[in-house]
Design a protein around this ligand. Sequence first.
Ligand code: FE2
Length: 377
Amino acid sequence: MKNWISFPRAEGVASRQAHADLPPGTFERELSKEGFFGPATHMHHAHPPTGWTTWDGPLRPRAFDLTKLTRAAASPWDATAVLGNASVALRFWRAGGAMDHLVRNGDGDELVFVHAGAGELYCDYGHLSFRAGDYIVLPRGTMWRVECHEPVAALLIEATGSSFLLPERGLVGAHAIFDPAVLDVPRIDDAFTAQQGDSTWRVVIKRRGRLSTVTYPFNPLDAVGWHGTLAPVRLNVADIRPLMSHRYHLPPSAHTTFVADRFVVCTFAPRPFETDPGALKVPFFHNNDDYDEVIFYHAGDFFSRDNIKPGMVTFHPCGFTHGPHPKALQAALKPKRPATDEVAVMVDTRDALDVGTLPDGIEWTGYVDSWKGESGR
Ligand SMILES: [Fe+2]
């Protein structure tokens, strides 16, 4: 337990609770530590905190359109590095057809988020079908390959040196958000046994970012059975039943899906807007000052972001305030529709992320100016 220099104080005109009944005409900003779990203050501003006019220097909000990354790669190890640090690597992989080799990640667990396409995964543990909206957790060291029925686009999230865990569910209990019973595992089925045999197979192993190849005179995915507590799992976003409150805009941490060392993965799934007249209906302005924030937009209409479409990524390094875009801000108290249909994957990292070397035209360089507008100033 940390002994924070922290105790509640109030100055000037302030609301009594966060995200509700704001002083008239004000914009709320949350300044918080520990990714919304540490000491926090809610400040009431006369202007939106994103009302900047110019921005100089290396720190800036950035956006990337990964739909323009059209290069397919036969191996996930050739996927495009988008963002990363010592604890996490985010890569975007386009695959097609059947992999002619197996891969094994010796650097950490891999979380595959299937953005588009469908196919079959074969791994040490058996056979698992996948489709868009699936998360697949592959424990470190698992040998695997995919056969795609249709072109696949996937976000690969590597927990470098650590493991993906489920978050604490605390007051809401073990079955909230999603019941662990929906986590599917690979099966030793007819499709799995049909791909076994004595043809030559290569296993391309990644360790410390370097590749080694081991060749077998048979398919090493030759298990006839297994038992234990370790296995890949599949979770589709359609099985996520998000927490919400009709009276309180919950912070992103309420949507945590997986945790690993020094980062978390959250899923924004379709949910109704808050209905309490005084409650905020859009994300509050905030500086999440201990975390870098990444959002990958998968499907739907992203209610807090203007000009963002599926397949894009936004990157908000810590050190500046962000929040809803101007059009969303107009709906802060009166949304035009009863629910959001967005599906997005958020990766919040405790340590600073580096942007990979991306081809020209992938970055939306005007993103820093996207908060400008009548109501965003
Ligand atoms: Fe944020």
